[in-house]
Design a binder for this molecule. Sequence first.
Ligand SMILES: [Fe+2]
Length: 279
Amino acid sequence: MLKIGIIGDIVGRNARQLILRILPQVRKEHKLDFVVANAENASHGFGLSIAHAKDLLCGGIDVLTGGNHSFDKKEICSLLADSHLQEQNPILRPHNCSKELEGSGLYISEVRGERLAILNLMGHFGMPHCDNVFVCARDEVQRLHERGVSNIVIDIHAEATSEKRTLFEMLKGDVSAICGTHTHIGTDDLMIENGSAYVSDVGMCGALDSVIGMESDAPIKRGLSGMGHIRFEVSKSERTIFQMIIISLEQGRAIEAYKIRYVQTLGWLPTLEAICIPS
Ligand SMILES: [Fe+2]
């Protein structure tokens, strides 16, 4: 059995610091074998610097995923491009990004004698141009099955719930889990069906008193004026939320899923559990 923890979008410094503070304890208490986190907003809300990537990978995260902000900090391209460095610093960008871009969206590792694949994908609605996410997902999952890999966890970084849900309906029974990221707002639809766990969005690790982790004044000005050029800054609010989906896998099938949440200043919130629908 493998127990995997999935953290949604990490937004800014307070979120990084909270993760570094509590993750070792979370790993221990929940007996996690592997932790995935989406880090495309980890550095000042836009992109991921090399230093912050290394901090997070040394702090208990096993692989970092990305999305529409994967290439915001140009320095990260050197790590994305180098497959040798990627083994030491596993950082993914969406697998269906243009082949012209550095890096890969697939990471396969050996965890407690089992192979585990992490596949990072990006949706279409409101996102930069990328290859067809459904074709990419279907073909890559088929290739993984042909290679004998049955533990497959997908981070689908997308705006539209409908795209995430479509992916789940297409792949349920063929993958271990599909977890959405990008909207920063955790959804209450965690479930297991046909051995596949699903949640539309894990929810961010970031400031609660904010607009998706950003100071509220700029989005309000942008909303009132209709002008798109007003610069967003990461919220400095101390009230930071940590959210993680935890999934137990047995021979590639999800058998248990639940969500833990911690708010700095409030402590741990009640755990949310998935309703398992037997197949
Ligand atoms: Fe995003």
